[in-house]
Design a protein around this ligand. Sequence first.
Ligand SMILES: N[C@@H](CCC(=O)N[C@@H](CS)C(=O)NCC(=O)O)C(=O)O
Length: 223
Amino acid sequence: MADITIYSSVACPYAHRSRLALLEKGVEFELIEIDLQNKPAGFTDISPYGKVPAIAHNNKQVWESAIINEYLDEVFPNPPLLPQNPLDKAQARIWIDFANTRFVTAFSNLLRSPDSETQEEARRDLYKHLEFVENQALAKLSGNGSYWFGENISLVDLSFYPWFERLPALEYYRGFKLPSEFTRLQQWQNAVSQRESVQKIANSQEFYIDRYARLATPVTAKN
Ligand SMILES: N[C@@H](CCC(=O)N[C@@H](CS)C(=O)NCC(=O)O)C(=O)O
């Protein structure tokens, strides 16, 4: 029996992050797919917020994707997915926080908001956040390497990537593409998309377009 059980949902980008971390670590795990429209009885005993992902390890639970990923990195230290030096580790955590609080919020508002003004604000924010990543992260930290911190993949790459796999849905529903001027980001996306872990659980563009049909509600203009 695997030591780790992950409660996941195939379309969920947060669960995607933790599944990638498990695959990068090469640990055995059992995956339980949760139907979020019809959660199993007692699911909050495993995941107190009622969300995926959550993991069970040694009869204890951990939830919240960013926390799960740091936990996995500590419990399975090889290969390391965070820099070892405290200052670099702090930088990595700042970027993961940036993903959670800014990048994902703009992505989600653009896709989900039925309100055209909110969508336009989200579109501007998303562009601004991608520009910030291009100039302040990839151009400065990556050197000649393909990943956020250069040669080695890290939890920062895994924290952003699931939304990049879902960009075709944003293009389909909102006409938003990764701007071509962000060449470092394009290279980064290509490199991450080719990793074995990523390929193993990648879904097609059609999958996301179909799955997000319900969320990508039509625009309603304000009077
Ligand atoms: N902050 C959480 C977000 C997880 C999350 O929002 N998961 C969604 C699916 S993508 C969920 O489980 N939603 C079910 C619900 O809220 O009832 C994390 O990073 O793990």
